[in-house]
Design a protein around this ligand. Sequence first.
Ligand SMILES: *Cc1c(COP(=O)(O)O)cnc(C)c1O
Length: 356
Amino acid sequence: MPRPISATIHTQALRHNLARARAAAPGTKAWAVVKANAYGHGLARAFAGLREADGFALLDLDEAVRLRESGWAGPILLLEGFFEPADLDLINRHGLTTGVHCDDQLRMIETARLDRPLNVYLKMNTGMNRLGFRPARYRAAWERARGIASIGQITLMTHFANADGEIGIAAQCEAFEHGAAGIAGERSVANSAATLWHPDAHGDWIRPGVLLYGASPTGRHADIAAADLRPAMTLTSRLIATQRLEAGESIGYGSLFRADQPIRAGIVACGYADGYPRHAPTGTPIAVNGVRTRTLGRVSMDMLAVDLTPCGDVQTGASVELWGEQVAIDDVAQAAGTIGYELMCAVMPRVPTHAD
Ligand SMILES: *Cc1c(COP(=O)(O)O)cnc(C)c1O
């Protein structure tokens, strides 16, 4: 028998969350962002739930080709663009749309032999300072792109650094408007946070990622409580042993948890080699047989311990939810000092996944 851990991908939740994104940004078209193997959900499984998207956005050329070969004939956007001239052959063959963020990429397109129009997302750096042309240089880049015969549509794009936080997006929006002034063409600016919380900055094509998977751009579950999103992944396992600790006894490596009174503990088949965060301390939320409780001590490679005090007379074999419908992935992430994005992306290949 395999280890009892598994991840369930909820196809209907993906569909629901995409509909929520659309409802938040009426009149726009939606890229479903499925980079990083659909944020750990599996590209094929995510595709099954997100077919109503107008297009799929990702980073990896291999994933783009896989999506094309799985039957998606609509738009596919490479968010970071391409890295060498040979990539353009595949982009051309599969009719992909590509981000263009630097002069090197424009040069490669100029010298490539393409037999159909290449649609590009011309990226402006409005303050994130990772990729893109500065606003003052944007018009020149756009004119250069427009002068390349093989380039078809040019969409104007930028990416927000603070759509989920205090700093907000005003300065970046201003920079974008300035750099794009007088340039015709569709705009794409909104990640999940802007889709949910900045209705004035939706542009023509939204690019929601994490919200499709039912987690919060801020990493705090309470922030999406009003957005009616559903978790797209449930990570479950089982108790493979129970222990009774006497007062003074400890559990796990480093003896980080020590009982101050007798306590029943359960041992769960899930550890950091499954992608559960090793940084999750004692007290991280978890559910056993549907009852919320807490982890105890340090997460091991293949196991972790839970407090069975609130769970009644549960035995070996009891079901455990690491995250999903009973325990928000953001709550686990917050306890571990990270965000839901990182946890969902980190689920390891050894964890079997299935769709429901
Ligand atoms: C990842 C990414 C997104 C989606 O971000 P979320 O915060 O997951 O919504 C959108 N646009 C670009 C360019 C990205 O890299």
